[in-house]
Design a protein around this ligand. Structure first.
Ligand code: FES
Length: 260
């Protein structure tokens, strides 16, 4: 059968459910993350900092690396510490091999699903502008690895609470500690299962079996890579939830229960 009208297909299953769910999931995340990034407040409490704001290069919380917003910052731009950094993990997700396949289908129907007709006649692929720019993915990966290290450091810092009476730091575990640790773990699973990471740690070699250590790392990355889609979604919801958790605790709406 000739299939050439948009959405025409011989498929009898509910092929549109998956792209619709992807659209709802990604669109909701983008709306929330954009809103949260522009708030510029309620992103830290005690030893916790929201992953949307970490590393806090400039800012007013005690987590800031280089102190408050610099005086030379143009007022017209407004300021939120998240805006200085979110382009990096955002770029990683935008250019991710999994997300590309998902949002090409659900956001611009190219095609909406396998064996379903698309709304255009030509196929430009990723060999010409603008989609050839997706090749920057490997560089976003290098940045994402640094972010994962920072987020694990944040999880470590989330184990040290200041006693308000004495001003002394002491070891403790709160629900927020678990939330931040889980978030860093999920983002680690997503990042180290990246196709580009797999290539970086051994995929480029002709005879990987000659380098046993490299082969082990490659096998680990391959193992994570098999579930890359699951890691992508879990880490997406995990990072949004970690921001919500810190935000609501900071606003006094939620109480951070201390487990230890
Ligand atoms: Fe998904 Fe690299 S392929 S993060």
């Amino acid at each position: 059968m000739a299939v050439n009208r948009f959405g025409q297909t011989a498929r009898k299953d509910l092929w549109w459910v998956r792209p619709l769910m992807v659209f709802i999931g990604l669109f909701s995340f983008i709306v929330y993350a954009t809103w949260a990034a522009f708030q510029g407040e309620h992103y830290a409490i005690g030893p916790y900092i929201s992953p949307f704001y970490s590393p806090e290069i400039f800012g007013n919380s005690p987590h800031s690396w280089f102190g408050p917003k610099p005086s030379w910052w143009p007022a017209v731009l407004g300021f939120s510490p998240a805006l200085l950094i979110l382009w990096a993990p955002g770029g990683m997700r935008l250019t991710c091999y999994y997300y590309r396949g998902a949002y090409y289908k659900s956001f611009w129907a190219d095609p909406p699903a396998c064996a379903v007709s698309e709304p255009r006649k030509t196929y430009r692929g990723e060999n010409s502008l603008p989609l050839i720019l997706q090749n920057v993915h490997r560089y976003f990966l290098y940045l994402a690895i640094l972010f994962v290290i920072v987020l694990f450091y944040d999880a470590w810092k989330a184990l040290w609470f200041v006693d308000p009476a004495t001003g002394q730091e002491h070891f403790g575990i709160g629900v927020g500690t678990i939330v931040l640790t889980l978030n860093a773990t999920l983002l680690g699973g997503y990042t180290f299962g990246c196709h580009s990471f797999r290539h970086l740690v051994g995929g480029f070699k002709d005879q990987l079996s000659r380098s046993p250590v490299q082969r082990k790392v490659y096998n680990c990355a391959s193992c994570l890579n098999k579930r890359h889609m699951n890691w992508a979604w879990c880490s997406l919801f995990g990072v949004a939830f970690a921001d919500i958790y810190v935000r609501l605790c900071s606003m006094g709406i939620w109480t951070d229960w201390r487990i230890f």
